[in-house]
Structures are given as C-alpha cells and as structure tokens.
Design a protein around this ligand. Structure first.
Ligand code: NAD
Length: 299
C-alpha cells in the first residue's frame, strides 16, 4: 500500500498510477496525514506536507519517496535512525523552476502585474520598467536550478555572479559566472535570486542586514523555500524602500495564511509555490517517485 500525499500525482497522466498498480500496490489518497493512515501503508509519495519524527516513528512506512527535491519537510534524523530511505526526484523540476525564476525577473523588471492592473481598470497607461540586458544577476546557491537559471540569464544579456561555498570556483567560472562571496553579491547585483535548500544555516540568511546591503534599485527573487528570507524584514525593506521589489514563490508558512502581511505589501509579486507546476515536471516527478517505490520493494 502506498500513500499518495501530493495532489498532482496521476493528475495529468495515468501512467504513474498504472506503474504502481501493475507492481501490485494499492494507492491511498488521504485528505490529511494522520497516525491511522500512516499505519496502513508501506510507502509514501510525499509532496510539500510535513512528515515529523513522531509521524514517521508511529508509521509502518518503509520508504519515503519525496515528489520533488527539497527534504526540509521530512525529519531526516528519525528516518535515518529507523533506516527508512528518503528518495528525491533529482532534476525533474530543475528547468521548470529556472523558467519561473526568469519569468519572475521579467515580471519585476517590466512591472507586469502593475501593468495588468492598469489595463484591467480600463486605464491605457503603460507602466515604465527597466531592461534586464546588461544588468547583474546574483545567484545564491549554484546547484542544479542556480546553474539552469544562470544559462538563461546569460542568453538574455545579463552578467551573472554566484555565491556557493560548496561549489568549486572553477566549476562556477566554467559556466561564465563570477564566483563571489555573499556580501559582494548582495552589494553588486540588480537582481538577487535564491536557490539554496532550507537548512539550519540558510534559515533567514536574507534578513534586514542583507536587504540593506542590496542596491535600492535591486529586486529579490525566492523560488527556493520560505524561511530562507525573513518575511518581516522583507516587508519592512519594501515599505521603507531599501530595495525596489521582490517576488516570492515559497513562504514561511504554506498555504500562505489569510492574514499574512505579504498580501498588502507594495512591489511584491507572489506565486503559490508554482515552481514545479508544469506538465513536464509533474510527469517526471510522478514517474520517478513511483519508480523509487517499485525499485525499493524489488530490492
Ligand atoms: P541543489 O542541491 O542542486 O542546489 C542547492 C545548492 O545550494 C548547492 O549547490 C549547495 O552547495 C548550495 N548551498 C547550500 N547552502 C548554501 C549557502 N549557505 N550559501 C550558498 N549556497 C549554498 O538543489 P536544486 O535542485 O538547485 O534546488 C534548490 C532548492 O530549490 C531546493 O532545495 C528546493 O528548496 C527549491 N525548490 C523549489 C521548488 C519550487 O516549487 N519553488 C521546486 C524545486 C526546488
């Protein structure tokens, strides 16, 4: 029995469901994850919902197949202690997230949301934006998504800086990107884009101090995880004009609470954790997570 705890599994293609069924698995699609359901299954295909140590301990789950790449929602310590493997779907959504990042950079540079708001109010007055050609993009976290984003930005005529202490300088430079430290990146970029995992060391790595280091004309984009940006500090930065604008696809609390301070914030573009939401990425994440479950029980 496999718990499917992600809404997009099998939504656009029957193939991943058939792959599991053909291998003898029964699928459970609970509304919520509770102890009762977790005791009835051998595996879980997990979206962005939280799987705490307590939940893992009181389950009969033998494999956690994460539908995506970030594992900040899984208590890895408990899973490791119990010998439960946690798999991810590497690269399945890399291009999709990189493309959303570029879309958000352009939405900010051309003030697309403001522009739409004007015309939807039947005002035919163009909003003035900036060109991204010749501007500098600073990428924090030069992993799979950071690299794909850098390639696309270079094609659009941007200069790219990257900060990633775990990637060798020559690897960064091979991508025609300049390797710099965080402070240099923040001070010199017109757009700063986050592509790091959420860990103890990246939590709130962009707070008031870092936002103040950025150019007043700069924009911040976060398509990685909420919690990496201190949301309170960001709202203050946008209201006080420390930076020009921001776009967020991930939030400290998801779904974004109805009373979130982010809704009324100026110059802020929001998307509802849509980075991996393309037919292509969903298909790949579906198939890879289903295959991980099949392979595990095949030994
Ligand atoms: P990845 O593991 O390939 O790359 C992450 C990079 O961050 C690594 O190169 C690592 O060295 C670097 N890093 C870690 N700590 C750092 C720090 N303190 N400073 C600078 N760099 C640091 O992962 P990826 O596939 O590129 O994904 C990046 C993140 O994007 C994921 O962890 C996930 O949280 C997020 N993501 C979001 C969506 C979405 O729907 N919006 C979809 C997929 C992934």
């Amino acid at each position: 029995t496999v718990i499917v705890a992600t809404r997009t599994f099998g939504k656009y293609s029957e193939e991943p469901v058939k792959l599991l069924e053909k291998n003898g698995f029964t699928l459970l699609r609970p509304e919520y994850l509770d102890e009762n359901i977790l005791k009835r299954a051998d595996a879980i295909i997990l979206g962005t919902g939280k799987l705490s140590g307590e939940m893992i301990r009181h389950s009969s789950i033998k494999i956690i197949a994460r539908h995506g790449v970030g594992v900040d929602n899984v208590d890895l310590k408990t899973a490791t202690e119990l010998g439960i493997p946690v798999t991810i779907t590497p690269n399945a959504n890399t291009v999709s997230v990189a493309e959303l990042t570029i879309a958000l950079i352009l939405a900010l540079s051309r003030r697309l949301i403001d522009s739409y708001r004007e015309i939807s109010e039947k005002k035919f007055s163009p909003v003035t934006g900036i060109e991204i050609f010749g501007k500098t993009l600073g990428i924090i976290g030069f992993g799979a998504i950071g690299r794909e984003t850098s390639k696309r930005a270079i094609c659009l005529g941007m200069k790219v800086l990257a900060c990633d202490p775990y990637v060798e300088k020559n690897i960064i430079e091979r991508h025609s990107v300049e390797a710099v430290d965080l402070e240099t990146l923040l001070k010199n970029s017109d757009f700063v884009s986050l592509h790091v995992p959420l860990t103890q060391s990246t939590k709130h790595m962009i707070g008031k101090e870092q936002l103040k280091m950025m150019k007043k004309s700069a924009f911040l984009i976060n398509t990685s995880r909420g919690g990496i940006v201190d949301e309170r500090a960001l709202v203050e930065a946008l209201k006080e004009g420390y930076i020009s604008g921001a776009a967020l696809d991930a939030f400290e609390q998801e779904p974004l609470p109805e009373d979130s301070i982010l809704y009324d914030c100026p110059n802020l573009v929001l998307t509802p954790h849509a980075g991996a939401h393309t037919y292509e990425a969903i298909y790949k994440m579906n198939m890879m997570s289903a295959q991980a479950v099949v392979d595990f029980f095949d030994g």
